[in-house]
Write a protein that binds this ligand. Structure first.
Ligand SMILES: NC(=O)c1ccc[n+]([C@@H]2O[C@H](COP(=O)([O-])OP(=O)(O)OC[C@H]3O[C@@H](n4cnc5c(N)ncnc54)[C@H](OP(=O)(O)O)[C@@H]3O)[C@@H](O)[C@H]2O)c1
Length: 231
């Protein structure tokens, strides 16, 4: 049975990734801050799959090592999906505050800590894919509207982290991809998003399936459409 570990699995894109992978018969280790209150996650139909819910707070740098100690199975897909966008760092004149550090911690540092702790389990798996949920807003080339200082900087930092991971882990057969889901109707994306959550997730899972044994995809920044995005 293929096994995925997904962070931020209690709502939005992470919840839907968990749902669709269970439907496909995967085992999913669904990581979220507060498993007790993750009722939608707990209520998913597991079908032929298997669901394990674990506690994970991205601001806790020791959390990935604890996960590594408790998980015994190899991890075919390690998906760092949890993310944070704050209002406090949005606007010039009031953007330089502690919330900027929070975004860097959750969006860039936490995924690196996760991969450092779990890369051995990915390398021991069949698929060996690491997916980092980034954003087009982290593209410096694509920034033609300004603002969103903390979020943009943290996703640009995640892109830099992902590129280095793709090089450092390549000789272990790991393919690392940076994925932009599109503008999606989630709590973060808001009601005007262009894609529904199921549309974005099925597109991302198609890309992830393509990444299996496909080193040509390693270290690239993909729109959910499959198009390469500029850094
Ligand atoms: N929606 C879009 O249009 C869009 C576009 C580009 C990129 N993205 C990226 O896609 C990812 C998922 O976003 P979404 O749209 O599904 O947003 P969402 O509905 O706001 O979900 C965010 C998820 O991240 C989790 N999270 C936040 N801080 C955390 C922490 N400290 N520790 C553990 N989990 C934490 C949240 O958990 P809690 O419920 O505990 O807060 C939640 O599960 C993010 O990385 C986001 O940047 C989204």
């Amino acid at each position: 049975m293929l096994h995925a570990l997904i962070t931020g699995a209690n709502r939005g894109l992470g919840l839907e990734h968990t749902r669709q992978l269970l439907q496909r018969g995967w085992k999913v280790t669904a990581a979220c801050r507060d498993p007790q209150s993750a009722s939608e996650l707990a209520g998913l139909d597991t079908g032929e799959g298997e669901l394990v819910v674990v506690a994970y707070d991205a601001t806790d740098l020791a959390a990935p090592a604890r996960l590594a100690d408790t998980l015994t199975d190899p991890i075919d897909l390690l998906f760092a999906n949890a993310g944070l966008m704050t209002r406090e760092t949005r606007t010039f004149g009031s953007a330089a505050n502690e919330a900027f550090i929070d975004e860097m911690r959750v969006n860039a540092l936490a995924p690196l800590a996760l991969v450092e702790a779990l890369a051995d389990k990915v390398a021991a798996s069949e698929m060996k894919v690491i997916a980092l949920q980034t954003s087009r807003m982290g593209s410096i080339a694509d920034n033609d509207s300004g603002g969103a200082y903390g979020y943009r900087a943290s996703k640009a930092a995640l892109n830099a982290v992902g590129k280095s991971l793709s090089i450092d882990l390549a000789d272990r057969g790991i393919v690392t991809v940076l994925l932009h889901p599109g503008w999606v109707k989630t709590d973060m994306g808001g009601p005007n998003g262009l894609l529904t959550i199921p549309e974005a997730v099925s597109g991302q899972l198609d890309l992830i399936a393509r990444a299996f044994k496909n080193p040509a995809m390693n270290g690239r920044f993909f729109h959910v459409s499959g198009e390469d995005l500029a850094w």
